[in-house]
Design a protein around this ligand. Structure first.
Ligand SMILES: NC(=O)c1ccc[n+]([C@@H]2O[C@H](COP(=O)([O-])OP(=O)(O)OC[C@H]3O[C@@H](n4cnc5c(N)ncnc54)[C@H](OP(=O)(O)O)[C@@H]3O)[C@@H](O)[C@H]2O)c1
Length: 316
């Protein structure tokens, strides 16, 4: 019987996370079944477990996850992948709009699945699309291009890392906040690091004597907003977390939330582009930790902690 990760009660600690047995099913028209080899844990999964979408006990156990990579094991009629090709048993695929993706087996619509590039591991593929599409949206929101100097709050995080890599590909210079232990690795990657916390504005000024032209917040602190607005106009600041205060300041907010731009079409279109960039090694997915599926609770603990240093991925 397939297994899946679920919240078996609602709460803010990983103690609410369990692995449960679930019913598998045959793929219907336009669907395939995949044996999941890797599934990412995103912070949003921890927020769902904490009750952000509601805490009605009738919705428990609530399955979690939205992105996975695996191998097609059964194909329904007319199962055509996102890139327009029919899918077959044995194909290696991945996707990010997969409800309940943290499972050993998934039956899903074929048209949200991409072929996994051979150069990407299952773990990398499982972690690419949610953060990658968010990063593309953030860069578009503030119009980052050649000649910009971008301040990325949380540059060593999962979204932050993709923002930095994609900004560099656009010809921008990247300055980013991160814990001091990460600074050497960031410098080696061509990113100028600054520590977050008290005195951030002074450190940013020292790191970017020519000034900052855009700022992208992947952390959600008021510090990120307030310090950024000392350097850039509100229309060149975007947050993916701190929606209310950013919008109140006339700045931008993207993602799912009141007043935020969901960017659904832009994000959907970015999947194929990101897949190509990753296949060619032009961007990499920062997988920090891969854990066996049975250790899902430990994986959630890492993500809830907020300093995992990149993607946390469950493997089968
Ligand atoms: N709106 C959207 O569409 C959207 C999409 C995806 C994600 N998100 C949200 O974006 C956030 C980040 O996601 P992620 O996957 O990148 O998470 P992540 O990989 O856990 O990264 C978290 C980052 O936050 C930094 N951080 C933690 N505490 C901090 C503090 N007090 N001050 C400054 N930086 C701090 C960490 O830096 P160090 O490790 O260096 O300390 C790390 O870079 C989550 O809240 C997630 O739900 C929103």
């Amino acid at each position: 019987m397939p297994e899946a990760v679920a919240a078996t009660s609602y709460g803010t600690t990983a103690d609410v996370i369990d692995v449960i047995s679930v019913e598998g099913r045959e793929p219907g028209p336009g669907e395939v079944t995949i044996a999941v080899r890797a599934a990412a844990i995103n912070p949003f999964d921890t927020k769902i477990a904490a009750g952000v979408l509601g805490t009605d006990a009738a919705t428990l156990p609530r399955r979690l996850g939205s992105e996975a990579a695996g191998v097609v094991v059964a194909v329904g009629p007319d199962a055509v992948g996102l890139e327009g090709e029919p899918l077959s048993v044995g194909d290696e695929v991945y996707g990010n709009r997969l409800p309940g993706a943290q499972a050993t087996e998934l039956t899903v619509r074929a048209d949200v699945l991409l072929r996994k590039p051979a150069s990407l591991s299952f773990e990398e593929a499982a972690g690419l699309l949610s953060v990658g599409t968010t990063a593309v949206h953030a860069l578009e929101a503030v119009g980052v291009g050649a000649g910009d100097t971008v301040l990325v709050h949380g540059v060593a995080g999962s979204v932050g890392s993709l923002v930095a890599q994609l900004a560099a590909l656009r010809g921008a210079t990247v300055i980013g906040t991160a814990a001091p232990a990460r600074h050497a690795a960031l410098r080696a990657a061509g990113i100028e690091p600054v520590a977050y916390g008290e005195g951030l504005a002074d450190r940013v000024r020292a790191a970017a004597p020519g000034g900052i032209t855009a700022a992208i917040d992947t952390v959600g602190t008021d510090e990120a907003l307030e310090v950024s607005l000392q350097f850039v106009k509100p229309e060149r600041f975007v947050t993916i977390v701190n929606f209310g205060p950013a919008l109140a300041a006339g700045a931008k907010a993207i993602g799912a939330g009141p007043g935020a731009d969901s960017g659904s079409e832009l994000r959907a279109a970015a999947r194929v582009t990101l897949s190509g960039l990753a296949a060619r090694g032009e961007i990499t997915v920062p997988v920090a930790t891969a854990l066996p599926f049975a250790q899902a609770r430990e994986g959630y603990r890492l993500v809830i902690g907020g300093h995992a240093g990149g993607k946390v991925v469950l493997t089968n």
